[in-house]
Design a binder for this molecule. Sequence first.
Ligand code: UFG
Length: 327
Amino acid sequence: MERVLVTGGAGYIGSNACKALAQAGYEPVTFDNLTTGWADAVKFGPLVQGDLADRAALDTAFADYQPVAVMHFAALSQVGESMKDPGLYWRANVLGALNLIEASVAAGCLDFVFSSTCATYGDQDGVVLDENSPQMPINAYGSSKRAIEEMLIQFGASTGLRHVIFRYFNVAGADPDGEIGEQHEPETHLIPLMLDAIEGKRPELTIFGTDYDTPDGTCIRDYVHVTDLVDAHVLGLNWLKEGKPNRVFNLGTGQGFSVREVITQSGTITNKQVPYSEGDRRPGDAVRLVSGSTRAETELGWRPARSNMKDMVADAWRWHQAPPYAK
Ligand code: UFG
């Protein structure tokens, strides 16, 4: 069975990718330092507990498991935190990726699927965000991901490393089978925070900014179901295996929802009241991030089946009520 090294495989998106890889006939080998990930989420292949800062640990993982490809998810990913402590993001994300890329090249493992973000586009309201849009990040998180994209391009030119880069819009939902889902500490994302507020685990949700230039004054995002998102990664891996060229793909639906719309729809879907208040803007937030591309559909054959608000909130809600991962 061919193996894929999945960095961050104990995290929300990485663990879902491991499941998709296992279903596609690969053995996912998780490489994760478990600082934000969960050993309980590693269910579909072995776990190597290690840090991207530790080059020797990476070399050992490549030597022990001989993966045919890398899927790189491990990263710090909170926009707000990245504004408060940019150095943390440059060190963990950029230096971590540099170590991984060098280890991958040294091991001759040259197919690389990278988890990037629409945060690399920055705040370009009114512009159609497709893969050719300029990348002008407005937070350190987005900057760190853009730097890694550049690293992949440069290493590709000199070493033969090949890449597929996915720029995610807002990932939501949980595994429909209920095996794995989103658990962050601290939680910062809209939908899980809202579900906490519904359940009374926190007093209320605060809307970050109600004076944006949008129809209802709140930020607009393009939400994509985690199961659809990871399906695209398997298609991206196969794309590389077929010898197709380096490529960037947006992963979003092209449909934007405001924070208020997410709250209203979630109340209807869960049949519960969402307690919320209105607060200040959060530094680093773009007003509107919606994908303007169908490249993943047309070129990869991606068919996002669950990326509608009903399935995303219902799957997240089911997961939310299940027992959490052990700490
Ligand atoms: N929001 C609130 N209140 C909260 C939390 C979020 O109003 O308590 C708002 C945010 O201001 C934003 C929207 O809900 O307008 C979504 O916020 P999230 O924190 O859920 O997601 P982000 O858009 O900030 O970030 C996510 C990922 C990033 C990725 C980014 C791309 O965490 O990794 O999407 O938009 F880069």
